[in-house]
Design a protein around this ligand. Structure first.
Ligand SMILES: [Zn+2]
Length: 238
C-alpha cells in the first residue's frame, strides 16, 4: 500500500485544514483555520511540535477549540502537553474541549491536569461533552457532530466493544469539511460526507477485504470519499 505523504493541506479562500499526521496506533494531528479562528482536531502525540512548526506561540494560545473524535491514544496523546504548554505560556482565554459522551480518557486527563495545576492555571478549560447530533457554533464556524461506528478489542483479543466516537462537519462561508474520525463503514458517514467540499476519510483497515467494525477498507473509504467534492484518505497503516 502506498504511504500517505504528510502533511496534507487543503485550502479554499480563508478556510483551510492541515493534517500533520494520521497513522493508526501512532498519531493524528489536525489544524483548522477559518479566517481568524483556530481549531485543533484529534491532538495525538506530536501535536505541540507540529503546531510549533506551523504557527507562532501567540497563535497556539489563540486556539479556541479542541475537537476529539474518540479517546484512543493515537487521537489524544498530545492533550496533556498542549494543556501544559498553554499554562506555561500564560494563556488567558478559555479553551473549549469537545468530546463524545462517555470518553473517559478526556475526562480523566482533564481531572489529572486539574489535580496537578488547578492552583496555578492561568486559563479556564471548558469540557464540552457531546451527547447528540445538534450543531453548534464557535467563532464563525458551525460544527455538526455525528456518531460513527468504531470498536476496540477487549482483553481476549476476540470480543469487541463500541467506543464513544464521533465525526465532525465544520462549515464556514458556505464550505464544509467532513472528518469521519476512526470509523467502520456506516450510514452516518455516508450521509455526512456526501457533497462536502472536503471529506477526510479513514482507510485504517489492514487489508482491502474482510470488513470489520473498527476501520474501513480502502475500497469502502474511496466509495464514500468519491461522493464528496474532494477527499483525503487518511489513517492508512504504515
Ligand atoms: Zn481509534
Amino acid at each position: 500500500m502506498q504511504t500517505t505523504k504528510y502533511p496534507l493541506n487543503w485550502k479554499k479562500k480563508d478556510f483551510s485544514i492541515k493534517i500533520f499526521c494520521s497513522i493508526p496506533n501512532i498519531a493524528t494531528g489536525i489544524l483548522i483555520k477559518a479566517s481568524e479562528a483556530l481549531f485543533v482536531v484529534d491532538p495525538g502525540d506530536g501535536i505541540l511540535r507540529d503546531l510549533n512548526k506551523e504557527i507562532k506561540p501567540n497563535e497556539i494560545l489563540k486556539i479556541s477549540d479542541v475537537f476529539i473524535t474518540h479517546g484512543h491514544h493515537d487521537h489524544i496523546g498530545g492533550v496533556w502537553s498542549l494543556l501544559t504548554y498553554m499554562r506555561v505560556m500564560n494563556r488567558k482565554i478559555p479553551l473549549n474541549i469537545h468530546y463524545p459522551k462517555g470518553c473517559v480518557e478526556i475526562e480523566t486527563i482533564h481531572g489529572a491536569f486539574q489535580k496537578v495545576y488547578a492552583s496555578s492555571l492561568s486559563y479556564k478549560i471548558n469540557l464540552k461533552m457531546i451527547d447528540d447530533k445538534k450543531s453548534f457554533r464557535s467563532k464563525n464556524v458551525s460544527i455538526k457532530p455525528f456518531p460513527v461506528i468504531h470498536k476496540e478489542y477487549l482483553q481476549d483479543g476476540v470480543a469487541t466493544r463500541q467506543v464513544p466516537a464521533l465525526g465532525y462537519n465544520f462549515s464556514y462561508d458556505k464550505m464544509r469539511i467532513c472528518y469521519g474520525g476512526d470509523t467502520a463503514y456506516c450510514e452516518e458517514l455516508v450521509k455526512n460526507a456526501k457533497n462536502a467540499d472536503l471529506a477526510i476519510i479513514e482507510a485504517g483497515h489492514e487489508d482491502d477485504k474482510n470488513q470489520d467494525e473498527i476501520h474501513m477498507t480502502t475500497s469502502e473509504a474511496k466509495s464514500i470519499g468519491e461522493t464528496a467534492k474532494e477527499y483525503f484518505l487518511v489513517h492508512v497503516p504504515e
